[in-house]
Design a protein. Structure first.
Length: 205
């Protein structure tokens, strides 16, 4: 059973560290930018505009990429220039790359959409190139994004850890009390034997 509590302790510590790390990453990310760690962002698709390649609720791993390295066919995540989307993050496939001197623009389109996006994506609106897609991890992310589930995921291991530590402390206290009681009994027996020996010696004299 000891190994079980050790495992729970490790899981709880890892979850807490990961949660704090994610929270700090999000809080310290400037407004208008996507949270990144070492040039990578984790996003979740909310719509089906990229189906069937990227189903809704899929998790995306997006790598920061220089605009010059992108080409038609690449799937990119970007802050939408469409006023109707109010700068929301979007993920579509590049149809064409247009250059005007040093200016680079991307004409994008969702695989499931009939028409191209109305406004081109500027280089500064780019988050990066999608390099990994997982529908299963996306559904898991949606689940743990629920505050209740997230709270339970953190509190449950902590509760088990605290209960385990409490049980261990109670067992240690009981063992210590038992050892002290046994020591007291041994000392009492030794004192009785010593007094009996003293009496026997006195009577012998």
């Amino acid at each position: 059973m000891k190994w079980f509590y050790t495992l729970i302790n490790i899981i709880a510590v890892v979850l807490i560290i990961a949660s704090v790390f994610v929270l700090l990453t999000v809080v310290m990310t400037p407004a208008g930018q996507a949270p990144q760690v070492m040039g990578f962002s984790i996003l979740r698709v909310l719509t089906g505009s990229m189906e069937p390649a990227i189903p809704a609720d899929s998790l995306l791993l997006v790598q920061r990429t220089e605009p010059e390295a992108l080409q038609p066919g690449d799937v990119i995540s970007f802050f939408s220039p469409d006023p109707g989307l109010d700068g929301a993050l979007n993920t579509h496939r590049i149809q064409r790359v247009e250059t005007d001197g040093e200016r680079i623009q991307f004409i994008t389109k969702g695989d499931a959409n009939l028409l191209e996006d109305q406004r081109p994506v500027e280089a500064q609106q780019l988050v990066g190139k999608v390099i990994f897609v997982s529908p299963a991890l996306g559904k898991l992310l949606r689940l743990v994004s629920n505050p209740l589930v997230f709270g339970l995921a953190i509190l449950a291991p902590l509760a088990i850890m605290l209960i385990g530590n409490l049980v261990s402390a109670l067992r240690s206290a009981a063992a210590l009390a038992r050892e002290e009681e046994e020591a007291a009994v041994r000392k009492a027996l030794e004192d009785m034997k010593s007094r009996a020996k003293d009496r026997a010696d006195a009577e012998g004299k």
